[in-house]
Ligand binder design. Sequence first.
Ligand code: ZN
Length: 502
Amino acid sequence: MSHMTIDEASKDLGPLKDRLATISDLNSAASVLAWDRQTYMPKGGVGGRAEQLASLARIAHEMLVSDETGRLLEDAGQAEPGSEDAAILRVAMREYDRAIRLPARLVAETSRATGLAEPAWIQARERSDWSLFAPHLEQVLTLKQEAAGYLDGDHPYDAMLDRYDPGSRTQRLRIMFDELKAGIVPLVRDVSAGLAEDRVAPLRGAFDKETQDSFGRAVITSFGYDWSRGRQDPAVHPFCISFGGPGDVRLTTRYDPNLLQISLFATCHEAGHALYEQGIDQSYSRTPLSGGVSMGVHESQSRLWENLVARSRPFWAHFHPRLRDAFPGVLDGLDLETIYRAVNAVQASEIRTEADELTYDLHVLLRFELEVDLFENNLTVAELPEAWNAKMDEYLGIVPENDALGVLQDTHWALGYFGYFPAYSVGNVLSVQLFEAAVQERPEILPDMERGEFGALLGWLRENVHSHGKKYEPDDLISRSTGRPLDTAPYLRYLESKFGEM
Ligand code: ZN
């Protein structure tokens, strides 16, 4: 009687899907307002916009945790295993469950605490004064630890991870980071020791903004970014944003008139996120299955296009004469090898967001270890600056000159985003695992890249990653597409061969 099951499921899911679609619309509308705030909103809009965003967030939250949603979820029963309805129920149930477990008082207190912590952090960073931020961080951390108590996990930090990467566990990340540490720390030492010259020098000069912009646009057009379903605008902190479906996926970038790679790689990175969102099955729009499956997989897409593609020799074989022609008089005579070495220069630095491909994970590792220590109560907020500097010294051989260049550099903690950082390294690891699987199945990908053609690569990613949205759990998606779970070996081999050679 299988048709009965299907009829019953679709009959029961209608009202639930309508309700979830409305919640999705509220969140998408909030995203449009957030996009505007970070691009074109005049300063005077700050206060009003904060109210508008808070109201939409509150209404969406109230709809999600309402008795009505609970009743519809309960009545939905079981959908056909493996079906899209089953996936919708699984994801909706998880979001509902997570939302109702946290007391309204705790949600409100956390929102208030982070609202105060963010401006305090901005001021503390400006003055490089940890004492201005520390009491706020204590408050945010206490509330997050309390939240962890209401949520599932083998470890108190698991509840933080789960929000960004469903199913991610502290214990498994510990193993991943230990493997990365063992592979990367000695490699950084070797590579930095041999680097006296300034390899970035060819990318310094005067590069007009319009030409940088049109070059970046040409590059991501060749990647397959669809301008009829998106746009690019300037923003201080580049980001990608979508509005509940693949029909409108926007990215932003920033320009440094004296340093060519800033805008280009920000554009490629955000385009990687955008290609993911543009590739999600249209029928998932306004359902819980829309959007990337996890922050880790999302970051694997941005890093794949930024590093595996745009920092590769095949890519530059095609684009280096075009870049040279775009900036006559500035880049005359620039050859392939020089630009390849310039975009892959390694230099241990204090700031994570400016880190090169090789040292990047050490910045993440440090934050992961400190966050775990905080959640295990092995470290206090007061001890953070000293612990930070000790790890910087141990992993990267540098001690930040001040806290603004050290423990105060990221906005994540002020916003309460504990558990977010590991996604950056998970993304790096997965980017190579996915790229190798793609090249193995479609060997034309590399020769195509030398001709500036990326259709085979994008096609593989669409089929194996993008189109599925949140239908599968992150681990299942990776096993299905690469034949095995997350594996650091391909990534470490890639770093070893790329940077060992230089
Ligand atoms: Zn990213």
